[in-house]
Write a protein that binds this ligand. Structure first.
Ligand SMILES: C[S@@+](CC[C@H](N)C(=O)[O-])C[C@H]1O[C@@H](n2cnc3c(N)ncnc32)[C@H](O)[C@@H]1O
Length: 290
């Protein structure tokens, strides 16, 4: 079984008050953070979200089969963390963790089309019951929509984003873009190397899963669910996510009801990055309610 290594695990746990009563793990993944948090907070209950049902069930099985004896304290939610307020139904939480982004398994499961390396359907959905897939976006978005996507989520300049968007629209008229390699061939034809292709793939994944919309909704909703003197932690993996989190946290601090627990984002040390390359871009920000 391929297991996702929880990022900044030691640091996340160090910000937990073991007296916490209700914890929310917004992105359960394979459950690495959840297991550690419940092991430390012996009397806490935990609400675990994952929008990917396959991931949620896999984590549930892993936790049931572990010897930690924590499963009865977990409420599993196949759903979007953006809906935190309606799921909590008035309950107040002491500790929220939102570890954004992709699970290692999303890349390793070739058929899901997240990886640029292998030929697979261009899918990229976390929740496979939802529309659109990445291929639907590439097939239906206008030049303007594609251009905006590459400008906003891949930080491409307007002329470069336009060139790419136009090339996609011209190519799809001749031949549908169905697989990851169909899409990569178009990027290569526009002169993009592997690094730029990876950034474009990431931007398409972000759009497919409405990652920025969900993050914005979460950032405006979570304060309503947080108890006094307790914390919200967010781990981001790229600069656009981190900018949103930083701005939202600073806006809350300006109301005098919150404070930043660390002035700067916490980043993994070299040992963690050496063991887990996926951690290299991680940034952890921590907000505390007064
Ligand atoms: C980085 S992984 C979490 C890893 C986890 N902390 C662990 O220790 O295994 C992110 C997870 O968030 C899920 N996810 C992404 N967007 C989501 C959303 N809007 N709501 C709930 N889960 C989401 C993905 O399916 C993925 O499993």
């Amino acid at each position: 079984m391929i297991l996702h290594t929880p990022v900044l695990l030691h640091e996340v746990c160090s910000f937990l008050n073991p007296e916490s009563k209700l914890i929310v793990d917004c992105t359960l993944g394979h459950g690495g953070h959840t297991m550690a948090l419940l092991w430390l907070a012996k009397n806490a209950r935990l609400i675990a979200f994952d929008v990917d049902e396959h991931m949620l069930r896999k984590a549930e099985l892993r936790i049931q089969n572990s010897e930690l004896n924590i499963n009865e304290r977990i409420e599993y939610i196949h759903g979007n963390y953006a809906d935190i307020v309606s799921v909590l139904k008035g309950r107040k939480t002491d500790f929220i963790l939102n570890d954004l982004g992709v699970n290692l398994e999303h890349f390793k499961d070739v058929e899901r089309g997240f990886s640029i390396r292998w030929s697979a359907p261009l899918d990229m959905r976390f929740d496979t019951s939802k529309w659109p897939s990445a291929a639907d976006i590439v097939a239906t978005y206008s030049v303007d929509q594609l251009k905006a996507l590459f400008e906003h989520y891949a930080d491409f300049s307007a002329p470069k984003a336009l060139e790419l968007a136009q090339h996609i629209v011209t190519t799809r008229k001749a031949k549908p873009i169905i697989t990851t390699q169909d899409f990569k061939a178009i990027l290569n034809a526009c002169g993009l190397g592997d690094k730029a292709c990876t950034v474009i793939f990431q931007s398409l994944r972000v759009e497919t899963n409405k990652e920025m919309d969900n993050l914005k909704m979460f950032l405006s909703a979570f304060p309503e669910t947080l108890n006094s003197a307790w914390r919200c932690l967010v781990i981001t993996y790229h600069s656009i996510e981190d900018r949103f989190v930083k701005q939202a946290f600073n806006a809350l601090v300006a109301t005098w009801n919150y404070k930043l627990v660390t002035k700067k984002a916490v980043q993994p040390n070299y040992k963690e990055v050496a063991i887990n390359r996926a951690a290299r871009s991680a940034k952890l920000r921590i907000l505390e309610k007064n």
